[in-house]
Design a protein around this ligand. Structure first.
Ligand SMILES: Nc1ncnc2c1ncn2[C@@H]1O[C@H](COP(=O)(O)OP(=O)(O)OP(=O)(O)O)[C@@H](O)[C@H]1O
Ligand SMILES: [Mg+2]
Length: 87
């Protein structure tokens, strides 16, 4: 656990890519919320099914990417998570 107030935010979405780009429901509500003063230690975690993973979600400047997308099979980006993200 770090010293930041919020350890992680579980963020919903319609589709994601392996970079962590996220397509929401078109309101910009999560993008606005997540742009507003979260500490850098707060991880943005999306839970999704593999069927929601697409080749590429276009990222605009206001789109806040996820640190990790967790599915029933994998986490993205692939590879080891930083140690501090796990403990
Ligand atoms: N940080 C922001 N400040 C101002 N306007 C924003 C911001 N983020 C998004 N918007 C506005 O919201 C609109 C919708 O954003 P976008 O298409 O990315 O929605 P979304 O990511 O699908 O929705 P959500 O974030 O609610 O899941 C954008 O066209 C933009 O005008
Ligand atoms: Mg968006």
């Amino acid at each position: 656990m770090g010293s930041h107030a919020i350890d992680f935010v579980l963020v919903p979405g319609v589709a994601f890519d392996t970079r962590g780009a996220r397509l929401g429901y078109g309101g910009g509500f999560y993008d606005k919320l997540l742009a507003d003063g979260l500490s850098p230690g707060t991880w943005l975690v999306a839970g999704a099914f593999e069927t929601q993973m697409v080749e590429k979600v276009p990222l605009d400047e206001h789109d806040v990417p996820m640190d990790v997308v967790v599915t029933e099979n994998e986490h993205y980006p692939l590879g080891p998570l930083p140690r501090w993200a796990i403990y």
